[in-house]
Write a protein that binds this ligand. Structure first.
Ligand code: ZN
Length: 347
């Protein structure tokens, strides 16, 4: 079989991975040997704004569509992995207070995992999108040694997502709230300037990782402060939301204000990783999100700044790896599929 072919035909049993997002679902197929049968984004509209019923049908369409594309008979599918944005329980029940993507009241407390399982007649394994991406990063990096290793992933987006992987499996916690790395409070000494206000997070905490290392943190906290230090800056005249989104472009051109903001983000992630070093002492620290798509010299600088800001002991430095999370757009569906594959293998 030609490995370079964009779509491969499955040889034995498979699992399907479905990544549910605000506008699109993204689907993949993973075979029993750990090979993905799709090497590109395969999307369909997620219809989450139309409510749960339409969204579950859209996921079923994604499932059928990816089987057709990969010429996979339905009878070969052993399980389905599903991921969505949180907050949701470990078992895929959307928060009773709703969520950014699941705002309509019909979503509050909705069991999306159970509904999809009933619709497809196959076991469905749930993870939130941060945990799915963390699992994919882990398995992509460690390959056959995944089960013997641990990692922590921080994924910078609108918020700060990620996850903790131990012995190849995501740590879920008693209430499904483990690995909510964005809301870990960090020491701010060495991160903030002396006259800088303590950043606030939408979750109600002050000085957690997301209040600094996220697009929301830039918009609400970091950029207003740094614009007061650079009042003549080009972005001073822009609406703050647009200015926050434009900031990475400036950083890629070594703009001092933009680099000051991203240095604070990298230092905050380093503080988080320092906590991780003393908590699970992982073998690998992964960094993902928009920064991975930035110009190579900028993303390398960002990763280096994270590494320099992570306080490891000499024994840890000798074994720890820092790396970027690969295949950002496909990380959710691929991680969801890996989670499904793990449950089939364990059985
Ligand atoms: Zn928070």
């Amino acid at each position: 079989m030609d490995q370079a072919e964009s779509v491969r035909t499955p040889s034995s049993w498979v699992v399907v991975g479905l990544d549910n997002g605000g506008t699109s679902n993204n689907a993949t197929v993973l075979d029993a040997t750990g090979q993905f049968l799709v090497d590109h984004l395969v999307e369909n509209p997620s219809r989450v704004l139309d409510g749960p019923e339409s969204a579950v049908e859209a996921l079923a369409d994604a499932f059928t569509g990816i089987l057709t594309l990969t010429r996979t008979p339905h009878s070969l599918v052993r399980a389905v992995g599903l991921d969505t944005p949180g907050p949701a329980s470990a078992n895929g029940v959307i928060s009773s207070k709703g969520a950014t993507n699941f705002n309509h009241v019909s979503w509050h407390g909705f069991d999306i995992r159970g509904a999809l399982e009933a619709r497809l007649g196959l076991p469905v394994v749930y993870n939130n999108d941060g945990n799915a991406a963390a699992l994919y990063a882990h398995h992509q990096h460690f390959g056959p040694a995944a089960a013997a290793n641990s990692s922590v992933s921080a994924i910078v987006g609108t918020g700060l997502g990620g996850g903790v992987v131990e012995a190849g499996a995501v740590i879920r916690g008693a209430a499904g709230m483990a690995g909510e790395l964005g809301h870990v409070q960090i020491p701010l000494h060495g991160v903030l300037e002396n006259d800088q206000p303590v950043p606030r997070c939408n979750c109600g905490f002050e000085g957690d990782v997301e209040s600094v290392a996220s697009l929301t943190g830039i918009k609400n906290n970091l950029l207003p402060y740094w614009l007061s230090r650079f009042p003549e800056h080009q972005l001073a005249g822009e609406p703050i939301g647009a200015a926050a989104k434009a900031l990475r472009g400036y950083a890629e051109k070594d703009d001092p204000l933009a680099l000051a903001v991203f240095a604070q983000q990298a230092k905050a992630i380093g503080k988080l990783f320092t906590i991780a070093a003393n908590f699970t002492d992982p073998a690998a620290y992964f960094l993902g999100g928009g920064v991975v798509e930035a110009a190579p010299h900028f993303r390398q600088w960002f990763l280096n700044t994270v590494r320099e800001s992570t306080d490891l002991r000499d024994e840890q430095k000798a074994v720890a790896t820092f790396a970027l999370v690969p295949d950002r757009d496909m990380a959710g569906s691929r991680g969801a599929a890996v989670a499904a594959l793990n449950t089939v293998i364990v059985k």
